[in-house]
Design a protein around this ligand. Structure first.
Ligand SMILES: [Zn+2]
Length: 421
């Protein structure tokens, strides 16, 4: 099998070029949130840049920048999409999202320079508003048909700005976002290269993560209600101390995962509020969030059942009332076995170390997995840091990730097994 190599210098140059859009001199972070001036300027710049390589470029109604390379005579074949996002979180890093876009373009440059024959059109998409400024993943949802008019008309950012107004600022009519949807039969496969954004690959000294899927997530808002009492006069055995209930539940998390979870289960209490919140008063109420993740919906159900039982037993023991509200339940999304095999085989051919792993974070790929064979490639994040100015990945790892992407793309291009992808 012939393997091709990308040119890392060009990838590095493109990433630094994109990092200029929204770069903040003070904290060295990238501020390129969806539908802000830096985001928009980066999109317009990218469209011109794509055009300079002779690609067919368009922006769809959701603000996705799409660039196509078509084989002669194969224009109407289903497309292999390589995509990731161009927007960032506030004070984000230079790799999150942009790496997947730049890597896609580099694959196209290698194909053009080497006149590598290919059968299916290749489309690089820089998706819009993936980081959830408005609470969704607008670009990917629009492309995959999981966007609704109702959501668009209600979505707001934390300051109360409506997504419809934010889009209008840049000349986008939000109704047009609903026309961005792609029919599944027009897509052959979907590939995304992304930084891991966690510490797993670095810790296991592996270069490539072959992503098995994106973890499902549930979010609960839980309340223990007891009685606020004077911290001096209320005897310890006569209290209804809501914090004691919370502390006991937190202590149970390890056991719950051991008994009902897997090594991929995560349970996190991320926000806690005690009321009344005075140093000299027994807390009468503890309100807290619980976020659970796993790769299997069955396991998510078992773990959440076990949490509910523990909460109710603890409430009884501490003379508390317990209420909970399920804020969201997102099912896990599996990557395509075929695409995973392609990525794994190419990683082996290239001689890189790798491991199979789930993605704990959400990505554009999770929506595409509903409509087309989807695969994701991770590379290590130094220190596991992401969504921060010091997000970093070594250029040698970036290069290897791009090489896996390129050769996986070519395998799918030349795979004769009809209907496999
Ligand atoms: Zn990302």
């Amino acid at each position: 099998m012939i393997t091709y190599s990308i040119n890392i210098d060009r990838v590095e140059k493109d990433l630094y070029q994109l990092a200029k859009f929204g770069f903040n001199e003070k904290d060295k972070g990238i501020y390129r949130q969806g539908f802000t001036d830096p985001d928009w300027e980066s999109r317009l710049w990218l469209m011109e840049y794509f055009e300079s390589y002779g690609l067919k470029v368009q922006m769809d109604g959701a603000g996705n920048v799409c660039a196509r390379l078509e084989p002669e005579g194969g224009e109407s074949q289903p497309t292999i999409i390589i995509a990731s996002h161009l927007d960032s979180v506030p004070a984000g890093g230079i790799f999150d999202g942009t790496l997947g876009v730049v890597a896609g373009l580099e694959c196209i440059r290698i194909i053009q320079e080497n006149n590598i024959p290919f059968r299916y059109p290749i489309e690089i998409i820089a998706t819009s508003e993936e980081e959830g400024r408005f609470g969704g993943m607008l670009g990917a949802q629009a492309l995959t048909g999981s966007l609704t008019l109702g959501w668009l008309e209600n979505a707001k950012d934390p300051t109360g700005e409506k997504i419809t107004d934010a889009m209008a600022k840049y000349g986008l009519d939000y109704h047009q976002a609903l026309h961005a949807v792609r029919a599944p039969e027009t897509i052959k496969a979907f590939l995304e290269l992304h930084i891991e954004q966690g510490p797993v690959l670095e810790a296991s000294k592996k270069t490539i993560g072959v992503v098995e899927g994106i973890s499902g997530v549930f979010k609960w808002l839980i309340k223990f209600i007891g009685k606020a009492d004077h911290a001096g006069t209320a005897p310890m055995n006569l209290r209804s101390d809501a914090f004691m209930g919370l502390a006991e539940f937190a202590h149970e998390i390890g056991r719950i995962i051991e008994e009902n979870g897997t090594d991929k289960t995560r349970l996190t209490i991320g926000r806690v509020e005690l009321k009344p919140g005075y140093a000299h008063t027994v807390p009468g109420q503890a309100e807290f969030t619980l976020v659970g993740r796993d790769m299997s919906e069955e396991v998510m159900k078992d773990v959440s059942d076990s949490c509910r039982k523990a909460l109710s037993a603890i409430a009884r023991r501490h003379r508390l009332m317990f209420e909970y509200e399920q804020m969201s339940w997102l099912e896990p999304k599996a990557c395509s076995q075929y695409v995973m095999d392609v990525i794994e085989k190419n990683t082996q051919e290239l001689g890189y170390s790798y491991q199979l792993m789930p993605s704990g974070a959400g990505h554009d790929a999770q929506f595409f997995s509903d409509i087309t064979p989807t695969g994701m490639i991770f590379i290590p994040s130094v220190g596991g840091v992401s969504h921060a100015p010091d997000e970093w990945s070594h250029w040698s790892d970036v290069e290897k990730g791009c090489n896996v992407l390129l050769n996986s793309l070519l395998t799918i291009q030349h795979d004769n097994a009809e209907g496999k992808a």
